[in-house]
Design a protein around this ligand. Structure first.
Ligand SMILES: [Zn+2]
Length: 325
């Protein structure tokens, strides 16, 4: 019997405000690669809250997601909204901080945790529906948390890869402190959440610890470490490196070394820059280094040094990670 190629799924793990959205958008502009945004939010933010898809219409009116949901509803009773509410509530119960490490350890190691099995089954169906509707070979999910990646890691029909992206925690905190972004919902726009310094540092640390807990369960050649700063300095080389990591050879969507050309991507959630289409210049955003008071920078450095040290060793060790050539 001929073996059918499994769908490749790239989970991007990394704290919010680390450049993951624009990176996923560039990958999604490569032939055969589909950027779905933060897939874990399809149910709550997409179908229930009716936030806007990357194509500009509410997720439940988007032709791409409507076709995916139709496939998922085949053989099920009830409406898509009822199903979405069921999945969102299961996610709320299971994927909380409380169960984070349990999910990371059991799901990624392929030793099932029975309460998680229904959610894994839905995720497997979702991947297969997205692959069928898009015709893509690679799905890029920037859900960001290690526990979401772990659910995908244990699925039989998924060829799973992880990109761990890390940005300087001072830059992340500075970005979270700004209140200049809005999100689009069916009824208009609303302000995007901001965070204080401690909340941002906690998120950065939690996300990094989650990634560290997941890493031993993922084969070495399926884990790529990338610093935001290296991506911003060498965007084209970074994307080429990620495609090589995925075993893909599509043409790079770049007009120049630092200027990508983005297609429309049906992203369900994520940073508002996912709506950018066409030419986008990739530049290192280091406004924080000029505008963040020194004492705040020192405080963040003090709170994050153990993990930063670990991540730095990852860059200098040159294992299946480090800087692009
Ligand atoms: Zn769409």
């Amino acid at each position: 019997m001929r073996e059918v190629a499994k769908t490749k799924v790239l989970s991007i793990v990394g704290p919010g405000r680390s450049g993951t959205t624009v990176l996923a958008g560039i990958l999604g502009s490569v032939e055969g690669v589909v950027d779905v945004g933060e897939l874990r939010w399809l149910w709550r933010r997409g179908l229930l809250e009716r936030r806007t898809c990357g194509c500009g219409v509410p997720v439940d009116e988007c032709p791409f997601w409507s076709a995916v949901v139709d496939k998922m509803m085949a053989g099920r009773d009830g409406t898509p909204a009822e199903f979405a509410a069921e999945v969102a509530s299961a996610q709320g119960l299971l994927m909380s901080r409380r169960h984070r490490l349990r999910i990371i350890r059991t799901a990624a190691a392929g030793s099932p945790w029975p309460p998680l099995e229904p959610l894994r089954a839905v995720t497997a169906q979702l991947v297969s529906a997205v692959a069928e509707v898009s015709g893509g070979r690679v799905i890029v999910d920037s859900s960001k948390r290690a526990q979401d990646a772990a659910v995908l890691a244990g699925l039989d029909d998924v060829d799973h890869y992880v990109l761990h992206m890390v940005r300087d925690p001072r830059a992340v905190a500075f970005s979270w402190g700004k209140r200049d972004k809005t999100i689009r919902v069916a009824e208009g726009t609303r302000a995007m959440g901001s965070r204080g310094l401690l909340s941002s540092v906690t998120r950065w640390t939690e996300n990094g610890l989650g990634a560290e807990a997941l890493r031993p369960s993922v084969p070495r050649d399926r884990w790529l470490f990338l610093r935001y700063e290296d991506f911003a300095a060498h965007p084209r080389a970074s994307i080429a490196r990620i495609l090589a990591f995925l075993g893909e050879e599509g043409a790079l969507p770049f007009a120049e070394d630092d200027s990508a050309v983005l297609d429309v991507n049906h992203t369900v959630a994520g940073n508002p820059n996912r709506f950018h289409v066409g030419r986008v210049a990739i530049r290192l955003d280091d406004e924080w280094s000029r505008r963040m008071p020194r004492h705040r920078q020192l405080l963040i450095q003090g709170l994050t040094w153990p993990l930063r040290l670990r991540f730095r060793s990852r860059v200098t060790s040159g294992s299946a990670s480090s800087q692009p050539a």
